[in-house]
Write a protein that binds this ligand. Structure first.
Ligand SMILES: Nc1nc2c(ncn2[C@@H]2O[C@H](COP(=O)(O)OP(=O)(O)OP(=O)(O)O)[C@@H](O)[C@H]2O)c(=O)[nH]1
Ligand SMILES: [Mg+2]
Length: 236
């Protein structure tokens, strides 16, 4: 059944809900990566993100579990996140240098076992590259981060980046005994088999979530950005 907002209730069926954050310097392409992944769009003139925004995407794992990723396009939402895409711009050595600061922020506010994917974006700008792939890969290795290079503009590796982090989180979560009603675990996630216009999320505090520690209700209709899409948007 479709709601007033065009969200089909059937699309709310999922096994896991993951909160993922996108962090990194301003202008590195976080919003465009998210837009590309969830909507297949790119905006050459996109403005800096102000306020709290997230988008959701539902994917199916290899063993047929339905995972809904709630991806926040804003720093400051790290609490309760189970994954982070730490984005820098391969044409900006400065943005890569700041990765260390973003890691510190994650250490401070996120859970210890958060899955982190380091993302070097804007690989299409070949002539302007300032950060070598090998250097970033070595850094990632040293800090036990997964690593990928992407271009939101020409779509390279965008789906792969998000799919990879979701699968990595799934590996972690499916090996831990987190299930429905497990309120002790601040980290992850209501496991859910039903269908509802509301999603049960065991994420941390957030302006849209009412501040309960876990098992809180998050109204899809109340979100400030993004939408639920079951269909995979084709990149470029
Ligand atoms: N060439 C190229 N430009 C990109 C790419 N991704 C983003 N951009 C451009 O970079 C600029 C900033 O992109 P945003 O997605 O708004 O960056 P952001 O990280 O969300 O920035 P804030 O919201 O300020 O934190 C925009 O002009 C985008 O069009 C890419 O892969 N290649
Ligand atoms: Mg943005």
């Amino acid at each position: 059944m479709a709601t007033a907002h065009g969200i089909t209730r059937d699309e709310e069926i999922y096994d896991y809900l993951f909160k993922v954050v996108m962090i990194g310097d301003s202008g590195v392409g976080k919003s465009n990566l998210l837009m590309r992944y969830t909507k297949g769009d790119f905006n050459i003139e996109s403005k800096t993100t102000i306020g709290v925004e997230f988008a959701t995407k539902t994917v199916t794992t290899q063993d047929k579990k339905v995972v809904k990723a709630q991806i926040w396009d804003t720093a400051g939402q790290e609490r309760g996140a189970v994954g982070a895409l730490l984005v820098y711009d391969v044409t900006s050595a400065q943005s890569f240098k700041h990765v260390a600061d973003w890691l510190k922020e994650l250490k401070q506010y996120a859970d210890n076992n958060i899955v982190i994917l380091l993302v070097g974006n804007k690989t299409d700008l070949r002539d302007r590259r300032e950060v070598k792939k090998e250097d970033a890969a070595a850094y990632a290795d040293q800090h036990q981060l997964a690593f990928i290079e992407t271009s939101a503009l020409d779509c390279s590796n965008v789906d792969l980046a998000f799919d990879r982090i979701i699968n990595e989180i799934y590996k972690v979560v499916s090996h831990s005994a987190v299930g429905a009603g497990d309120d002790e675990d601040d980290n992850v996630l209501a496991k859910k088999g039903g269908s509802s216009a509301e999603s049960t999320a065991a994420t941390g505090k957030g302006p849209l979530t009412g501040g309960k520690k876990s098992g809180m209700k998050l109204k899809e209709e109340g979100k400030s950005g993004g939408d639920v899409k079951k269909k995979k948007t084709k990149c470029c």
